[in-house]
Design a protein around this ligand. Structure first.
Ligand SMILES: Cc1ncc(COP(=O)(O)O)c(C=O)c1O
Length: 469
């Protein structure tokens, strides 16, 4: 494995994917030399008073917020701690259906009663962020909910109206937790969207490793000055969900990244935005491919310019085909692909050479359009999101229920025993405890036959269902 990784690191493959350091060292660091445990003088992440407390304050200052809890188990543990800190056992919460599995896991463990908001799906198959109107409606329907939990930005970089939603949530006495895993660079330059921690959210979790030059698993949980969630409760639940042997290698990489951003960030981010602007402009000359990059300066508050969405115009080339062609013909590795689009993740650590290779490869692919024969079944993506669900059993009970395999085609009327999701982006079609209906089963079967990757359905088209007494 280590040899494989080293060989890959030396290969000509270019990473348009996480982590944000893009395999470029920002400091000389020998992991063996700095891998320690909590020895005298090196503080304790779970009770920071020294060098780690200072590092956390540095990150809080960078984001302009009150507290930053450095995380070494990703946004995953930050989401879990924020949800436990921001709710009580059995609470009702309003939650975006597109949230990460860590949110579902926390809701199950906390015995929460989730009231979901289903994202709208755009014509190009991209799920939109939850809207303020949807949240207002949900608040009206569930006035006793205690928290609103949303993802913003989405995987594709689309941002919710955080200020509007925070206003609605707070007016109803609810806390507002934002999973901003993909927005660690937000708020660090005016060309990127604002950070939700400055827009009224009570707790915001950012994966440093996704878009900044830090090692995988580093993240921050941010609290604003007037958060409705007590920092003591966050600290307590981080003790439940985060390793009791936090890696100093990971913390050191967060320290190096902070220093790098202070010293070179402005220049690097401006270059990043400039390169994206050039790619965006040149991309308009493509005939059969579209390269969607929001304009950093105009649309900066509603979408992240660093997420480059590449799709075939006229639905003639699938995202998977684009991703494969870029890998095989130009050794460019993208972050992900769905049937309708592919996603290249950029960061301010990308090189000029990387952009040149991407642009050249896109134009070469564009010239081969005559050979494209796919027909992208966007309607099938829609069908999957529009499936109706009846809750047969609360999520927390369903995750503990006894399950058995059942052929998908015979699953109508049964309750899902696990998550069944279109992956990527991973939005559950059915969550545990939700009863499948015939139209949903049909939509899943059609999607699988059309080549969609559906998590939770095995190679023999079986799913887990709950055994009912
Ligand atoms: C929206 C969202 N939230 C949370 C996570 C988990 O983040 P991490 O890998 O930092 O634990 C992911 C991971 O991809 C994600 O996409």
């Amino acid at each position: 494995m280590d040899e494989l990784l080293k060989a890959y690191g030396r290969s000509t493959s270019y990473p348009f994917h996480m982590p944000g350091h893009k395999r470029k060292a920002i400091t000389a660091m020998n992991p063996y030399e700095i891998d320690i445990t909590e020895i005298d003088g090196f503080d304790n992440l779970h009770h920071a008073t020294g060098v780690i407390a200072k590092l956390q304050q540095d990150w809080a200052d960078l984001y302009g917020c009150k507290r930053a809890f450095l995380l070494v188990n990703g946004t995953t543990c930050g989401n879990e701690a924020a949800i436990f800190a921001g709710t009580r056992e059995g609470d009702t919460v309003i939650v975006g259906r597109g949230c990460h599995k860590s949110v579902y896991h926390a809701m199950a463990l906390r015995h929460l009663n989730p009231e979901y908001i289903q994202p709208n799906v755009r014509d190009d198959g991209i799920p939109e962020p939850v809207t303020t109107a949807q949240v207002q409606e949900a608040i009206k329907e569930h006035p006793r909910a205690t928290a609103v939990i949303l993802t913003s930005p989405t995987y594709e970089g689309l941002c919710a109206d955080i200020e509007g939603i925070a206003g609605a949530a707070h007016a109803a006495g609810m806390r507002f937790i934002v999973d901003a895993a993909h927005g660690a660079h937000f708020g660090l330059h005016p060309g990127y969207p604002k950070n939700p921690v400055s827009q009224g959210a009570d707790a915001v979790i950012v994966s440093l490793h996704k878009t900044l030059p830090t090692f995988t698993q580093t993240a921050c949980l941010l609290l604003p000055e007037n958060s409705g969630i007590m920092s003591e409760r966050i600290q307590k639940y981080l003790g439940y969900f985060e390793s009791s042997s936090p890696s100093y290698i990971l913390m050191a990489s967060a320290a190096a990244a902070h220093r790098y951003i202070k010293a070179h960030g402005k220049e690097a981010m401006e270059e990043h935005l400039h390169r994206l602007g050039t790619l965006r402009e040149h991309g308009t000359n493509l005939k059969h491919l579209s390269v969607a990059i929001p304009s950093p300066w105009e649309a900066g508050t509603t979408a992240d310019p660093s997420k480059v969405i590449i799709a075939g115009k006229d639905q003639l080339l699938s995202g998977e085909s684009i991703m494969t062609a870029l890998r095989e013909e130009a050794q460019l590795e993208l972050e992900m692909a769905t049937p309708t689009y592919a996603l290249a993740m950029t960061s301010f650590m990308d090189t000029e050479e990387g952009y040149e290779r991407l642009e050249n490869a896109l134009f070469l692919l564009d010239e081969k359009a005559d050979a494209w024969s796919n027909s992208i079944p966007i309607a099938k993506v829609r069908q999957l999101y529009e499936v109706r669900r009846e809750i047969g059993m609360p999520l927390s009970e369903a995750t503990e229920a006894t399950t058995a395999k059942c052929p998908l085609k015979q699953a109508a009327g049964h309750m899902a025993g696990g998550f069944i999701s279109l992956y990527p982006p991973g939005i559950p079609v059915y969550a545990p405890g939700e009863r499948l209906e015939a139209a949903g089963v049909e939509a899943l079967e059609e999607a699988i036959d059309a080549g969609f990757a559906v998590d939770g359905v095995d190679d023999h088209k079986n799913i887990e269902i709950i055994i009912e007494a």
